[in-house]
Design a protein around this ligand. Structure first.
Ligand code: ATP
Length: 446
């Protein structure tokens, strides 16, 4: 049943242009997916909302867009060169590789290959560094090695001093960034859940050492508000307090925000208190002063950091999994995506009842132009019968359909200039004037 749901989501995403397998005509490339015409808009809507809630609505937040390629010393200082690894095991027989912690076997036990069944074999684990390596410039030797960043945070910490020197923010303040990150995952899987090329929305929020708990609670609340704003059902996010032994050594507190995916409860986002680890490490390794001087108290210290880290792709998958619905309408099974109107790629579809009646078409064009003043994403569809048009929009999550018929033109004088507004989730229809429809759309997408 649950794999069935994943198959349906993957198939809908491909059929309707949300997400395609990467390099598909060449047989694909594991761990990569491409966002199609509707997916890219959904993603942009999610990112815009994040920027609004995590950066723009606040006076203490600044943005950066740092380069993906960075001086490799960044990743030495951050600990990624030495320690950004997953425990790798290899099947003695088929040579397939797995993450030891995904096998479900205790650390000292033997294991059987989930792929070919070979086993039991001894659990020989070795660390596998997940950073992608490449070379900068024309020399392909050790000195030219650069990494594709494994998280966007590195570009935030290295710009801490630039932001302080150029904008002079007072602590506490934060820096937000959206961008690509790359992880050579041993076993990419579960559609866009575990990718090798992914996108992150990250904040590094800098605080005085005694203020971390307050800031932690504040960001924790904002993350829940964001979950609600993108339409994840209340109660679908479960907080997991990461125990001491499993946390990164520098983190004093971490909460994983988990979501009930069709393949199990898994990490959606993370929130971590990273102490002064990052800025201290970069300050030491780069020999640059990264301490902050509090003008009032004259105290000088390395700021501590709270980091809400959100994966865009895992967010999109959570949105799709909770929005996917099937019901029975008019004796047929219909599929619809109950997307929150503010993130739906298409806000409304306008349609003349019949496409061969020029008066209907002209009026419908006029209505569409009017509604596009509210939002540009107002689609046009005059193909096939009206029921089919509604179904097509349901499947991509369009919250409203607007139909122009003979009553709009005044066949029943009391209905002149009114249109039918159909609601996606219930299929209910009501008769409204165009300004009333515009108001409905405007308030739904806020
Ligand atoms: P996991 O334990 O699932 O590998 P992680 O704890 O390594 O994840 P973080 O390093 O905390 O993940 O990364 C922050 C966020 O980036 C995650 O909460 C997730 O949303 C996203 N993310 C991490 N790895 C991937 C990936 N391979 N594919 C897609 N998103 C990812």
């Amino acid at each position: 049943m649950t794999t069935d749901l994943m198959e349906k989501i993957v198939s809908l995403c491909k059929r309707r242009g949300f997400v395609f397998p990467g390099s598909e005509i060449y047989g694909g490339l594991a761990g990569t997916y491409d966002y199609g015409p509707l997916g890219v808009v959904l993603k942009e809507n999610v990112e815009r909302l994040w920027l609004r809630m995590f950066r723009d609505e606040r006076d203490d937040m600044y943005g950066v867009d740092a380069a993906i390629l960075m001086n490799p010393k960044v990743w030495e200082a951050s600990g990624h060169v030495a320690g950004f690894s997953d425990p790798l095991v290899e099947c003695e027989d088929c040579k397939k590789r797995f993450r030891a912690d995904h096998l479900g076997a205790p650390a000292d036990s033997s294991w059987a290959c989930p792929e070919c069944g070979h086993g039991p074999m001894p659990l020989k684990v070795r660390p596998f560094n997940m950073m992608f390596k490449t070379h900068a410039g024309a020399t392909e030797n050790e000195t030219a090695i650069v990494y594709l960043r494994p998280e966007t945070a590195g570009g935030i910490f290295t710009n801490f001093k630039n932001v302080v020197d150029s904008l002079h923010p007072k602590l506490p303040f934060g820096i937000a960034q959206i961008g690509k990150a790359f992880r050579n995952e041993i076993a990419p899987r579960d559609f866009i859940f575990r990718l090798r090329e992914l996108e992150q929305m990250e904040v590094e929020y800098f605080v005085g050492p005694s203020e971390w708990e307050l800031a932690f609670e504040e960001w924790r609340k904002i993350m829940h508000l964001f979950a609600e704003a993108v339409g994840l059902p209340s109660g679908s996010i479960h907080e997991l307090e990461v125990p001491d032994a499993e946390r990164a050594h520098y983190s004093k507190r971490t909460i994983d925000f988990e979501f009930e995916y069709p393949f199990g409860r898994k990490e959606l986002w993370g929130l971590a208190y990273r102490t002064d680890f990052d800025l201290s490490a970069h300050s030491g390794a780069s020999n640059t002063e990264l301490a902050y001087l509090d003008e009032e108290t004259k105290e000088k210290y390395i700021p501590h950091v709270i980091e809400p880290s959100l994966g865009v792709d895992r967010t999109i998958l959570a949105i799709l999994a909770s929005a996917y619905h099937e019901d029975d309408m008019g004796g047929e099974t219909r599929t619809y995506l109950a997307l929150a109107p503010r993130i739906a790629p298409v806000k409304a579809m306008v349609s003349p009842l019949l496409k061969n009646k020029p008066e209907l078409v002209a009026k419908a064009r006029e209505v569409r132009a009017e509604l596009r003043k509210v939002h540009p994403a107002i689609a046009w569809d005059d193909n096939g019968n009206i029921g089919k048009r509604y179904r097509r929009q349901d499947e991509i999550g369009t919250p409203f359909c607007v139909t122009i018929d003979f009553d709009t033109l005044g066949e029943k004088p009391e209905l002149k200039d009114t249109v039918t507004l159909r609601h996606r989730d219930t299929g209910e229809q009501e008769r409204l004037t165009v300004p009333e429809v515009a108001d409905r759309i405007r308030s739904a997408i806020q």
